[in-house]
Ligand binder design. Structure first.
Ligand code: NAD
Length: 274
């Protein structure tokens, strides 16, 4: 069965639209440089904002901008009526991404990448959770896929995806194994997975012989090769062996966008409670 992230995300957004419509929310997106993938992702965010009547404040800087100038912008956004702030990655090496992310008021940190929000996630406290990880849990819940007690293998350990999804799954009582680029004999682990989450960006890393029959397969990866998008999972050969699988595109991607809208609403509530 296909896990239809596009359909579920549309349902979430239509529910949210009613709540958000008259709140005058603002999303600020900070971009440094002109990375083509970033342009595509920012455009998706702009469309989301248009759909939900959210002000979209795109702050685009040249590659040679100083760290201080970006910090100054964050300071002013922290003080004004902006609801959510996110730093579009990647950014150039002369600028420390973590420093910028930590400068964002944690109540406006809609990417959930500020140390306060990271700590809250690890310590099972309420906070803003990174969008992709949140979207995956929402998708599993919407399809009534049980998480507690399941063997979940996460392939990838990034701050953006691998680590937050692992923490969320632990919170939901899964037995979580995290694999990465230095893991020896990846298949030994993936074959044990009731739920397999692949987040590497390596086209078709996960093949049919690497999964257990009837496993749930969540494909986060996106690789663009010759204009075509591929996931980490060899979808055509894996789909009949798995019980549920996300397509690429149309699976985790739209869930990430829907979660961003949810995070923005959450940020609004947190600031309202101040
Ligand atoms: P990243 O490059 O930061 O991390 C990749 C991870 O894969 C690393 O932890 C690395 O150890 C692991 N890895 C690399 N080679 C491996 C191998 N051979 N075996 C096992 N593990 C290996 O990337 P990221 O930011 O976590 O993103 C991962 C992928 O997910 C990318 O393709 C990205 O575009 C995509 N992504 C998609 C969404 C979405 O909404 N669909 C959101 C975020 C990221």
């Amino acid at each position: 069965m296909i896990l239809d992230g596009k359909k579920i995300s549309e349902e979430i957004l239509s529910d949210l639209k009613e709540k958000i419509n008259k709140l005058n929310l603002t999303l600020a997106v900070i971009q440094i440089g002109d990375n083509q993938s970033s342009n595509v992702y920012i455009n998706q965010k702009k469309k989301l904002c248009n759909k939900l009547n959210i002000d979209f404040n795109h702050q685009k800087f040249p590659l040679d901008i100083s760290e201080k100038e970006v910090l100054d912008l964050i300071d002013s956004l922290n003080k004004d009526k902006t609801t959510g702030i996110l730093l579009q990655l990647p950014i150039p090496n002369q600028i420390n991404a973590e420093k910028l992310q930590n400068r964002i008021n944690y109540k406006k940190d809609v990417d959930g990448l500020n140390d306060v929000n990271k700590c809250n996630l690890i310590n099972n406290k309420p906070g803003i959770v990174p969008c992709t990880a949140k979207g995956i849990i929402t998708l599993l819940n919407k399809y009534d896929i049980e998480i507690a007690g399941k063997n979940v293998v996460v392939v990838g350990r990034s701050n953006l995806v691998g680590k937050p999804i692992s923490n969320l799954l632990l919170k939901k009582d899964a037995t979580v194994t995290v694999c990465h680029s230095k893991t020896k004999d990846l298949a030994k682990f993936t074959l044990e997975a009731d739920i397999l989450i692949a987040a590497t960006g390596i086209k078709h890393l996960i093949t049919s012989s690497m999964i257990r029959k009837d496993a749930v397969i969540i494909d986060v990866g996106i690789s663009k090769i010759d204009g075509k998008l591929y996931g980490d999972v060899d979808f055509e050969n894996v789909k009949n062996k798995s019980s549920y699988i996300t397509p690429v595109p149309g699976g985790v991607g739209p869930m990430t966008i829907a979660s961003l809208a949810e995070n923005l609403y959450e940020a609004y509530i947190l600031q309202k409670e101040e």
